[in-house]
Design a binder for this molecule. Structure first.
Ligand code: IPE
Ligand code: IPE
Ligand code: MG
Length: 249
């Protein structure tokens, strides 16, 4: 770790509550590659290193839950070759990182419509989830084939099923009941949402869960994102006043 990162980490530790849940829209791999006259998949490959750093930095900072947007349902509309490269990288990441993740006490879960994954990617993901079950240092949610609207619609359907089947009274359909049927059931909402590459939009990510989340948009492209950037984002978060609609005390 560079002194800079160490110093920033000390400031994070002294700076007040660390976000319990950090969510990140990992964007800008394609632009990173284009700037270097490289094919887009090499940008995605470079992004893997940023994932590794971010996981380690989250553990060091004491973040409890890290949710990474890795692949959206809309991303299925990209060229087949790019999708193939991304799925290959997912398998490679899992092959390389499972032991380290397990050793570091990381529990991995996946959010999204995993039925759309090809069997090799699906099986690798299932193995990763099995291998890391019970990790207590960090919960790492990988949003893959994820759409927030699809997640909310699925939750609504499950609520309707429970009412129709007599397992739930209509009067008990409320915010908590819906939240319990999301992929994030039982988890705290993100305190901090980071988006890299400067885009000022949420791109169908965690729409329900980010109702009162603090947003941090950085122009840094995802492959360039390092532990320093995560600590900077947390420091910015610690400087915010969260009011939740109330007036300042
Ligand atoms: C983010 O980088 C990774 C995925 C969406 C899978 P992009 O591939 O979106 O990179 P840009 O936005 O084109 O630079
Ligand atoms: C959002 O990035 C999805 C992921 C980071 C996985 P996109 O690059 O797909 O989003 P848009 O198209 O810029 O909104
Ligand atoms: Mg993008």
């Amino acid at each position: 770790m560079t002194t800079d990162a160490g110093e920033l980490l000390e400031r994070v530790r002294a700076g007040g509550p660390v976000p319990r849940h950090v969510a990140i829209i990992m964007d800008g791999n394609g632009r990173w590659a284009r700037e270097r006259h490289l094919p887009r998949p090499l940008g995605h490959r470079a992004g893997m290193q940023a994932v590794r750093e971010t996981v380690e930095a989250s553990i060091a900072a004491g973040v409890g839950v890290l949710t990474l947007f890795a692949f959206s349902e809309e991303n299925w509309n990209r060229p087949r070759t790019e999708i193939g490269a991304l799925m290959g990288l997912l398998e490679e990441y899992i092959g390389r990182e499972t032991e380290e993740l397990r050793g570091n006490g990381v529990e991995v879960r996946a959010l999204g419509d995993l039925t759309r994954l090809q069997p090799p990617a699906r099986e690798a993901l299932d193995r990763l989830i099995d291998a890391t079950r019970g990790g207590t240092k960090l919960l790492l949610n990988l949003a893959i084939s994820y759409s927030s609207r699809a997640e909310i619609a699925r939750a609504a359907r499950r609520l309707a099923e429970d009412v129709v089947q007599g397992r739930l009274a209509l009067e008990d359909v409320d915010e908590d009941a819906l939240a319990l049927r999301l992929y994030t059931a039982g988890l705290p909402d993100p305190d901090l949402l980071v988006r890299t590459s400067g885009e000022q939009r949420v791109s169908n990510f965690l729409l329900w869960q980010i109702a009162y989340t603090e947003l941090f948009i950085t122009p840094v492209l995802w492959p360039d994102f390092s532990r320093l950037h995560l600590y900077e984002a947390i420091l910015a978060y610690q400087g915010r006043e969260r009011r939740f609609g109330r007036v300042t005390a």
